[in-house]
Design a protein around this ligand. Structure first.
Ligand code: SF4
Length: 343
């Protein structure tokens, strides 16, 4: 059995079975535009083709193990189980503005070992196939469709490092942004990396319209190294040079994620260091209050709000825009990897 999301395979199958090429457009339209999730319901294709598709192509390889929605109804977390028994997560965030965002996973587990993160406790189990990423998007789109609303943004910020699974991530973005398929504008897709420089370089070439976010979390190597081992390979100097090159190529603003952990990376003098690092660049900083979870909650706590606001004020003096991200999900373990780690 193969994935129905593999266009090349489906087209090849049609050819081998002597169906005319236009049948692919009919299948594509039924799946991605009308969300028909049973081949028998695709009325535009002959019965014989429906039967053959049913015997050879699956819609979903993932099964839903657990689905939980926060008390305020804004956040839904879906825990999927892969065919080989691994757990991965996706999170739907319904913003009050009506903008729905899906956070997808691109790997099961993560090898990057950031000290504040739930995901790496799973280690890297394997890279996800492109269709396993698409299935997360498709599932969320179907669900939102039933709520009479649509998916507006996709962020690769779940269990990951996306740039360690570059080819599958690339193929999935192509399907998400294909006008005949999920049809999201490129700028509505954001890929977040902890700073894998070869991936950043390729991404700038392949997707100059797609948004890039960097998990920065510290403005100097000393602190960054202590919480993000990636800095041992790609230090800040190398990282910032590659990002300057990315901006030169794309002219796109980069989002910098800065998780605020009390007594770790929130000393007020670091706000000025951050300002120095980013001043004059096409940058936007997202401050994320740390969402403590049981394996680290003894040692890590979120920075008090007034300190985060001071960071914002100082950045403003450097001309660097920033926002404080609202936490929408404390009651459902929605930070990346929390639910899968529990499993
Ligand atoms: S923060 Fe991101 S890169 Fe770091 S371990 Fe967690 S999932 Fe991996």
């Amino acid at each position: 059995m193969f994935s129905i999301h593999d266009e090349a395979l489906v087209k090849d199958f049609l050819k081998q079975n002597k169906f005319p090429p236009f049948r692919y457009a009919q299948i594509e339209n039924a799946i991605y535009k009308n969300f028909v999730s049973d081949y028998w319901d695709i009325q535009t294709i002959p019965k014989e083709l429906r039967e053959k598709l049913n015997n050879n192509f699956f819609y979903y390889s993932l099964v839903t193990d657990h689905i939980v929605t926060s008390d305020n109804g804004q956040t839904t977390k879906i825990l999927f189980k892969t065919k080989d028994g691994l757990f991965i997560e996706a999170v739907i965030m319904r913003h009050l503005t009506g903008r729905n965002t899906l956070c997808v996973s691109s790997q099961a587990g993560c090898p990057m070992a950031c000290t504040f993160c739930a995901t790496w406790k799973l280690w890297l189990q394997r890279n996800l196939e492109f269709y396993e990423i698409i299935e997360q998007v498709y599932y969320a789109s179907e669900l939102l469709n039933k709520e009479w609303t649509i998916l507006r943004n996709v962020v690769y910020m779940g269990m990951w490092e996306p740039f360690l699974n570059y080819e599958n991530v690339k193929k999935s973005i192509e399907i998400i942004c294909d006008q005949k398929k999920l049809n999201l504008a490129n700028r509505r897709v954001t890929v977040s990396t902890c700073g894998i420089i070869p991936g950043i370089n390729k991404f700038g070439d392949d997707f100059p319209q797609t948004s890039l976010a960097i998990s920065l979390h510290a403005p100097n190597d000393e602190i960054r190294k202590s919480i993000m081992p990636v800095d041992l390979t790609y230090n800040l100097d190398k990282l910032m040079k590659s990002l300057d090159l990315y901006v030169e190529k794309t002219n796109k603003r980069i989002f910098y994620e800065y998780i605020m952990i009390n007594w770790v990376n929130d000393n007020i003098k670091l706000a000025s260091e951050l300002g120095e690092l980013l001043k004059g660049k096409l940058a936007h900083v997202n401050f994320i209050p740390y969402n403590s979870w049981e394996w680290t909650s003894g040692s890590y706590k979120s920075t008090p709000r007034f300190i985060i606001e001071k960071f914002q004020d100082i950045l403003e003096k450097y001309g660097v825009p920033s926002t404080i991200r609202t936490t929408m999900w404390d009651d459902i373990d929605a930070a990346c990897g929390q639910l899968a780690s529990k499993k």
